[in-house]
Design a protein around this ligand. Structure first.
Ligand SMILES: [Ca+2]
Ligand SMILES: [Ca+2]
Ligand SMILES: [Ca+2]
Length: 248
């Protein structure tokens, strides 16, 4: 459709279920997940909805996620009996298992670093949920959260410079916004408040972070420096606020 919402068209025209659309960075292709052939598979079409083709064939496949340069698509597959993060070329060739671990890999979302060199994902291979980071070829997986708490269930977000990840952990008995370096060092509790702190969102320059907290008894939006200092309440609506967005 057009930016004003006019010209909406149904691109897939399928009797099955089509969901999880993901657009290539150049805007030319859309990958999506469909059950039109009986189980979850990843498909591709051009922006007119033409040239539809199925990219995956074995097991269930879902969560297609374009690399920032548009040359690869990461996705989750259970074709080998448990969930793994896979990589393929946008035409479906060169499918490769990146995680190769009997645990569950790829719960929730997985996320490319903005520079395209790394992928963060969620796995329980160490007995509880952790955020891991690997190189985009699957090498050097690192447990960056490394805590008995459950990490990666809530949101996790790369910093704009690809050096850090903001995530939510309740390792201190309530939800806090943490950051950690992509090599697992420098873990830091930024929000430091007994209330629920959630939904971290980096400013485009990486120097500030918006988040949601219910420390007044209501969900309100706050902003802080990227080191947790200068926490300032921005909304005072006494109603549910959620999902802040930065505008340039
Ligand atoms: Ca696995
Ligand atoms: Ca953990
Ligand atoms: Ca908290």
């Amino acid at each position: 459709m057009n930016a004003d919402g006019s010209g909406q068209r149904n691109l897939t025209r399928s009797e099955g279920q089509d969901f999880s659309p993901s657009m290539s960075p150049d805007g030319q292709w859309i990958t999506f997940v469909s059950k039109r052939d009986g189980h979850r598979e990843i498909y591709r079409m051009d922006r007119e909805g033409r040239r539809q083709s199925r990219l995956t064939a074995a097991g269930d496949n879902w969560n297609p996620n374009w690399s920032p340069d548009g040359r690869k698509v990461a996705f989750v597959s259970n074709r080998d009996g448990n969930n793994e993060i896979y990589l393929m070329s946008p035409d479906g060739t060169e499918q490769k298992d990146l995680t190769k671990n009997p645990a569950e890999d790829g719960r929730g979302s997985h996320s490319w670093s903005p520079d395209g060199t790394k992928i963060a994902w969620v796995t329980n291979r160490d007995g509880n949920w952790e955020i891991y980071v690997m190189n985009a070829d699957g090498s050097k997986p690192i447990n960056v959260t490394n805590s008995p708490g459950e990490e990666g269930i809530g949101m996790f977000v790369w910093s704009p410079d690809s050096k850090q990840i903001a995530f939510i952990s309740s390792r201190d008995n309530n939800e806090e916004v943490y950051i950690v370096n992509a090599d697992g060092t420098g873990s830091l509790n930024l929000s430091r408040n007994p209330a629920m702190d959630d939904v971290p969102l980096w400013s485009p320059d990486g120097r500030a972070m918006a988040f949601v907290s219910n420390r007044t008894g209501f969900d309100e939006i706050y902003v802080m420096d990227a080191d947790g200092r200068h926490q300032v309440q921005l909304t005072f609506t006494k109603t549910r606020e959620d999902y802040p967005r930065w505008q340039p």
